[in-house]
Write a protein that binds this ligand. Structure first.
Ligand code: HAM
Length: 420
């Protein structure tokens, strides 16, 4: 061990477990690529103001969880705590929305940073794959995104997840509800912090996990009863499209997300095998975000799925994504000259598309064969001094133990045929 450890709240991805992370990222991306989403990559940090305005000044993410820094040049930056504000910033900056082809559909995959209290499933550095559809108000777009996430999870073999669905209303009806809720909350017996939250972001109080708060919330005005006709119709259409697609969901009128930009459709994917950090993914519509960061009106919708938690959910269900060994052939040279010749064969095999590894470090035959075994290769290609003199190489089937001498000059063609 060195003097250093991975920083608190972070962990390293190591083989063979890292294979599951790659598989999850690919499985989430595949349906997006197949549905008109283009890949976008933005910097790992942004001006802190983008998140303050975008994600919301009153959210935990902005007030407590951002990694901020001031550069030598005096810029105030933050490591990105989420992807939506950055993706919208980038799309606006590049005028993607003016290319005349709305919605602009983008997907991304990367690292995000939140200074949270670490526990299982909650880290300070974590990984998301996300999708954003920018510039169009259409319930089918909301439905599309939820259907694609469902498809991604199912393709991985995940089963025990649920989709929670809600509507948060729009700039017409939400303020009316907000006021009604605030009136209700002012009459309750709440601690100082919660009172303050009720004034800044009353919907978050509904989300309070404490029993003494929940008890008092019985009878609180519900947003559902305040939705305007347009929001109601929109939400009903999303629900019908999901039902028609055979995607099961649960209406959860208490679903309030931890970011301020949401309007109308909001949803979360939760997995019951994960304990308290049960949200494997989440998202929703954010019709006002573009204007909040200085852009034109661009109604949009998106989600991000957590790769770390999806891997934990798969583990909880006993789905093993550690793919079988990828090495087909393991080459074992015995002696200096054999080493040079066999290394040449290995290079040619690789160029011919055969997954090949080599015994390095001048190991003896026993240690080398052990390494061949560990690699999971189907064949070992063993070249000794005598083989070399005879112009052959030994091809050993690792499963049966059978061995045959093949002409060295034809080794690449023969092995390629066998591996085929
Ligand atoms: P979010 O709900 O904050 O939404 O994060 C999405 C997912 O990222 C969570 O469901 C969870 O799986 C994972 N995640 C979040 N924080 C952590 C953490 N500390 N450790 C491990 N995993 C974590 C967003 O980020 C929005 N930008 C989603 C969105 C896209 N909305 C519209 N478009």
């Amino acid at each position: 061990m060195s003097t250093f450890k991975a920083p608190k709240g972070t962990y390293d991805l190591l083989p063979p477990d890292s294979a599951a992370f790659l598989a999850v990222r690919e499985a989430i991306a595949a349906p997006l690529r197949n549905s008109g989403y283009g890949y976008i990559e933005t910097p790992g940090f942004e001006n802190v103001e983008l998140f303050a305005r975008g994600v919301g000044e009153s959210t935990d993410i902005v007030t407590k969880e951002m990694y901020t820094l001031t550069t030598k040049g005096g810029d105030n930056l933050a490591l990105r705590p989420e992807g939506t504000a950055s993706v919208l910033r980038a799309a606006l900056e590049a005028n993607l929305h003016k290319a005349g082809n709305l919605p602009v559909k983008l997907w991304y995959s990367g690292s995000y940073y939140r200074y949270e209290r670490p526990q299982k499933g909650r880290y300070r550095h974590f990984s998301q794959v996300g999708a954003e559809a920018i510039g169009t108000e259409d319930p089918a777009l909301d439905a599309e995104l939820i259907i694609l996430a469902d498809q991604a999870y199912r393709s991985l073999g995940l089963r025990n997840f649920r989709i929670l669905l809600n509507s948060l209303g729009d700039k017409e009806c939400r303020p009316v509800y907000r006021e009604a809720l605030q009136g209700f909350l002012r009459d309750l017996d709440l601690d100082e912090d919660t009172r303050r939250r009720a004034e800044i972001n009353p919907l978050r109080v509904l989300d309070d996990k404490r029993a003494e708060v929940q008890k008092q919330l019985v009878g609180a005005p519900m947003l559902r009863d305040y939705l305007c006709d347009a929001c109601k119709a929109y939400h009903e259409e999303v629900r019908e499209l999901l039902t028609a697609a055979g995607v099961a969901f649960e209406d959860d009128e208490k679903l309030v997300r931890g970011l301020d930009y949401y309007t109308r459709t909001t949803f979360e994917f939760v997995h019951d095998g994960l304990g308290s950090q049960s949200a494997v993914g989440g998202g929703g519509r954010y019709d006002g975000l573009s204007e909040m960061i200085g852009g034109p009106a661009l109604p949009s919708v998106g989600w991000a799925l957590g790769v770390d938690r999806t891997v934990l959910a798969l583990e909880a269900e006993g789905v093993d994504l550690r793919l079988p060994a990828t090495t087909d052939v393991f080459a074992v040279p015995l002696g200096e000259e054999a080493r040079r010749t066999l290394f040449g064969v290995v290079t040619e095999l690789r160029r011919a598309g055969v997954a090949t590894d080599f015994s390095y470090g001048g190991k003896g035959v026993k240690a080398a064969m052990k390494a061949a075994n560990r690699s999971g290769a189907r064949f070992a290609l063993v070249l000794g001094e005598r083989d070399l003199a005879e112009g052959v190489v030994q091809l050993k089937d690792m499963a049966s133990g059978e061995q045959e001498a093949i002409p060295l000059a034809e080794a690449v063609a023969v092995v390629r045929g066998r591996v085929g």
